[in-house]
Design a binder for this molecule. Structure first.
Ligand code: GDG
Length: 503
């Protein structure tokens, strides 16, 4: 079996990875099934002189038997590449929040710079038989930069976050460079069919990509496969959840609604609190009988938009607890901290409702974890946002529009009224999907498709004449990144003309 080289922004000990959000959880699951090398940032920030002298690659045996190779970032890189371009441009745009994106802050050169540094370091570690799997929006250009460094191995890219509609994607000034970088991969994996449709449309609009008969996309001189591989969980590891363990604080006779979301504006937490407030107003018989436990570990605290959401939630939970709370009943338990994973499982199991209402989410692993933790004989009910990628698969959850406060409040009521027979029937159908598309199936299907796509590339008959190929090679050597490119109608049509000229 080929060695797998996984690349993601943040690399950490596999035992800690299960605490750190969806991407790390998915990669930790992947390394339980298959050993390899994990490359990326070690979480350290060093001063410039230090970083440029020594790239700081350290290969260590981790707990899982896989090797970790890591680099530190400089404080400028951390500001512009991580907090800046990745989390203040790509993250908000991909989650449909153009209003929060900082387009003109000049982050892009360092985003490219870190990707270039990663490419230089990684290309020395890749062996001829390796298969390379790059994860997430921080590293979109890395595949093209590895190719430029002479890496001929299969290289796949997986985007954990949603792909926005083409018109939204086109708002990123550097959209053409990003599109072109994507076309260097053998395979781009996305969470949902809707994401696949959006990305194909975007490649058509930005670089005149064309759909080929075999379903792949042609742009420049590349052929790219784009498919959906919905990320899954290790369902068995949640089956041992126990509500009886002392780790779960009793809520007496009250029924618990659980929410677990990184503290992020994409997760729809204010709307969730408002819906719970509306539920208590509209269905007063549940007062004292229901609590909402919301676990919201903080992330990216140096980004302003994240401080705002924290303040908003503190104000809302304070207001709702003040409005409805009694001496013996606090309606919202808001926990602004991370919780150990085994305790999380037990809390899931002890909760009659799982409330997962992101405004936009690539998948939402927490919804799957909640379902997998339920007692098959008396399961709880998941309420899920239609804008989470998981809604494409988990059709037997109660699906809501998270912006519609009334609808979510009514769904809480419907979940509490749902009889055991219906809860069990829905749970069984949901579990069958979760077991079939688990984390092992996700990794195996992505890697098999990647190997097949790379195999086709290796054996592809070149349909182009040598002179066309030579001019395309010249084009490929031009800079990936027209820094500061301003998108206007004339520029876009120039892009169209240029791409079609080379077809
Ligand atoms: C990204 C995409 C996509 C959360 N709080 C605690 C904790 N967690 C764990 C959960 C779950 C993971 O973190 C969160 O995963 P999600 O999928 O819900 O969300 P993101 O972090 O935004 O993940 C997302 C995912 O990547 C995978 O592709 O689904 O759409 O945004 O596993 O359990 N774990 C512990 N304590 C916590 O307090 N231990």
């Amino acid at each position: 079996m080929r060695r797998i080289v996984v690349v993601s922004n943040r690399v950490m000990d596999l035992r800690r990875a299960a605490q750190a959000g969806g991407v790390a959880v998915a990669i930790a699951d992947l390394f339980r099934a298959r050993k390899g090398l994990w490359f990326g940032w070690n979480g350290k920030i060093v001063d410039d002189a230090h970083a440029s002298e020594a790239p700081g690659i350290k290969v260590a045996r981790s707990s899982g038997g896989s090797a970790l190779a890591t680099l530190a970032l400089t404080s400028d890189e951390h500001r512009d590449y991580y907090l800046g371009y990745s989390n203040s441009v790509l993250w908000p745009v991909f989650h449909n929040r153009l209003d929060l994106a900082r387009f003109d802050a000049g982050f892009y050169p360092r985003y490219m710079g870190v990707n270039e540094r990663f490419a230089r370091a990684l290309s020395t570690l890749i062996q001829p038989d390796d298969i390379v799997w790059i994860h997430d929006y921080h590293l979109i250009p890395l595949g093209a930069l590895l190719r430029r460094a002479g890496v001929a191995n299969p290289i796949g890219f997986y985007l954990h976050i949603p792909v926005p509609p083409s018109q939204t994607f086109l708002a990123i000034p550097e959209h053409q460079a990003l599109a072109r970088a994507l076309t260097a991969y053998d395979l781009v994996g996305l969470q949902t069919q809707a994401d696949v449709a959006n990305l194909i449309q975007f490649l058509e609009d930005s670089v005149s990509g064309r759909i080929l008969q075999d379903g792949r996309i042609a742009a420049f001189d590349h052929r790219l496969a784009i498919e959906s591989f919905p990320v899954g969980i290790d369902a068995a590891s949640f089956a041992s959840a126990s509500p009886q363990r002392s780790s779960v604080q009793s809520v007496d006779d009250a029924q618990r609604i659980i929410g677990v979301d990184r503290l992020d504006y994409s997760k729809g937490l204010p709307q969730k609190f408002q819906a719970f407030c509306r539920f208590l107003e509209k269905y007063p018989k549940y007062r004292r009988n229901v609590v909402l436990t919301q676990i919201a570990p903080p992330t990216r605290e140096s980004v302003e938009a994240y401080t705002d959401i924290r303040k908003q939630l503190e104000a809302l939970s304070g207001k709702i607890n003040g409005m409805f709370g009694e001496l013996d009943w606090v309606p919202i338990h808001y926990i602004y901290r991370s919780t150990p994973r085994d305790r999380l499982r037990d809390i899931y199991r002890s909760s009659r409702i799982g409330l997962f209402t992101p405004l936009r989410d690539g998948m939402n692993l927490v919804a799957k974890e909640y379902i997998a933790s339920q007692d098959p004989a008396d399961p709880g009910v998941p309420i899920l946002s239609r804008f989470a990628g998981a809604a494409e698969q988990l059709v037997d959850a109660l699906i809501v529009n998270p912006y519609n406060i009334e609808e979510t409040a009514d769904a809480i009521n419907a979940a509490l009224l749902m009889d055991k027979g219906e809860r069990i029937a829905r749970y069984e159908r949901l579990m069958s999907v979760i077991r079939t598309y688990d984390s092992a199936a996700w990794a195996a299907s992505f890697l098999a498709t990647l190997e097949a796509a790379a195999e086709e590339r290796a054996h592809a008959v070149d349909p182009l004449t040598p002179s066309i190929r030579a001019s395309m090679a010249r084009l490929a050597r031009t800079p990936l990144a027209p820094v500061g490119l301003k998108l206007g109608p004339s520029r876009r049509s120039a892009g169209h003309r240029r791409a079609s000229h080379h077809e």
